[in-house]
Design a protein around this ligand. Structure first.
Ligand SMILES: [Zn+2]
Ligand SMILES: [Zn+2]
Length: 179
């Protein structure tokens, strides 16, 4: 039981594919790329005699989507990289410059775990930490007896049966989980 709870805590603790990580500028850029490519393919590219219209539409759609996904990926990486203490300019450049999305693939393979900062002393906290290792600031609900992760809604510890109401968990934890 305790294992299950611990894992659930960890999963909710790091939203790997949070869409709010895609900044507005990259969504705008993606839209501009897509529309721009349609314009290029339909109005700017010289029309050859006897060519297929369907082919032209397909090519415009293909290149438009390809460029748009690049913009979205670069946007995602530019934000995701900051949560992981990695160099933002380096990785955004990698994603943009490496052909065929290889930069993005490399990024997803080597990226570091999400780090957040302790609100009290700014020490780096990795996903799954219940306490700050430097100042003991509590960041997740734990049992006051065995210190395993518990759910904020639990009344008794699922690991040792301890009565959690007697712990007096920090008020900020209660406020955070009641949202
Ligand atoms: Zn701390
Ligand atoms: Zn316990």
């Amino acid at each position: 039981m305790a294992e299950v709870h611990e894992r659930r805590d960890r999963d909710t603790g790091n939203a790997e594919y949070d869409l709010s990580l895609v900044p507005t500028w990259s969504i705008l850029l993606a839209a501009i790329f897509f529309v721009g490519l349609q314009y290029l393919f339909h109005f700017k590219m010289p029309h050859r005699h006897g060519e297929l219209l369907a082919m032209r539409i397909a090519m415009g759609f293909f290149w438009g989507s390809a460029l748009a996904s690049y913009a979205l990926l670069a946007g995602y990486v530019s934000r995701d990289v900051k949560r992981r203490n990695m160099s933002a300019p380096l990785w955004v450049l990698m994603v943009i410059l490496m052909p065929a999305g290889i930069g993005a693939i490399v990024y997803f393979l080597v990226r570091q775990p999400v780090v957040s900062r302790c609100p009290h002393c700014s020490t780096e906290l990795q996903a799954g930490f219940n306490f700050c290792p430097q100042c003991r600031f509590q960041t997740a609900p734990v049992c006051g007896q065995c210190y395993r992760s518990v759910q904020i809604t639990d009344i008794y510890c699922s690991n040792c049966g301890h009565d959690l109401a007697t712990d007096g968990s920090p008020r900020r934890l209660r406020a955070y989980h009641d949202e």
